[in-house]
Design a binder for this molecule. Structure first.
Ligand code: OAD
Length: 258
């Protein structure tokens, strides 16, 4: 904890990468733990090809997710405190619960790498987009929501604007990485190329509550040339290999009182 405090004190521009582990205490299961969403619904529920063939398993997940009410956790409030201290450069979140915005982070400081649930769009044409409240009403009324623009084409179902397996990430993800980490270009699987340290770029990376299994975000800590701190219930090979700071435990317990 002392080592973490020291790094936070010294840092001026902090980049945070976070995942489902920062929201489990809000009552949202993570993906890969024994009682996670993959165990309950299967990973294919979040795949584009499955959805366009058979949207109902995703709709089942979505209805259950939507029925919950979720409030920001002590870890989200820690991010807010970093913002208030003027030290937060960016939060790259893989989460689609929107709790980073609910807690009051400036939307310009948040990159929702795997999309969001404010709107819904067509899995085929991508161009038909409606507010999520309208999607919800239609889902309740019609059971499955079809795109009116695609005229009954196969797989033309609407889904919340989250990124499924098989879909590209928002362009803002790369733009912000270039800006924050001085990354010059991207390789296969969207893997960022070497980042250079000189200049007004991030000087600390916090990686919170993610198994770092999903490309391309899993590659980002690897190329970051500054100090990295990983706070997660389980270890991760990257942090073991590079001997950066890994603090095992629950995010709320570690950062909640900082
Ligand atoms: P995972 O479920 O893969 O990883 C969550 C990690 O958080 C695990 O290592 C848990 O042990 C840890 N964890 C759980 N609760 C914690 C807590 N309170 N404090 C600290 N650690 C905790 O979830 P993500 O890494 O977020 O993508 O998954 C990344 C992506 O995989 C998701 O965004 C999703 C999925 O495919 C899409 O849907 C596109």
């Amino acid at each position: 904890m002392e080592a973490l405090r020291e790094r936070l004190q010294r840092a001026q521009r902090i980049v945070v990468i976070c995942g489902a582990g920062i929201s489990t205490s809000a009552g949202i299961p993570d993906f890969r733990s024994a009682s996670g969403l993959f165990e309950k619904y299967g990973p294919e529920v979040f795949s584009l090809s499955t959805f366009t063939r058979e949207p109902n398993s995703f709709y089942r997940f979505y209805r259950e997710f939507r029925a919950g009410t979720y409030a920001p956790t002590p870890t989200h409030r820690f991010l807010k405190r970093l913002q208030e201290q003027g030290k937060l450069m960016r939060v790259y979140t893989q989460n689609i619960d929107g709790l980073e915005l609910s807690v009051g982070l400036d939307p310009g400081l948040v990159v929702q790498v795997h999309g969001h649930m404010r709107t819904a769009n067509c899995a085929q044409c991508r161009r038909w987009e409606i507010p999520i409240a309208e999607f919800d009403t239609r889902l309740d009324r019609e059971g499955t929501v079809r795109c009116p623009r695609c005229h009954g084409a196969r797989g033309a179902y609407l889904k919340p604007s989250i990124v499924f397996y098989g879909e590209g990430l928002p362009t803002r993800f790369r733009q912000c990485l270039e800006n924050d980490l001085n990354i010059k270009g991207f390789g296969g699987e969207g893997r960022p190329k070497k980042a250079y340290r000189e200049g007004p770029f991030a000087d600390l990376m916090l990686v919170l509550g993610t198994s770092l299994q999903v490309a391309p975000i899993k590659y980002v800590p690897e190329v970051f040339p500054g100090p990295r701190v990983y706070i997660n219930a389980e270890p991760n090979a990257i942090f073991t290999r590079y001997a950066d700071l890994w603090i095992p435990g629950k995010c709320d317990d570690v950062v909640g009182s900082l």
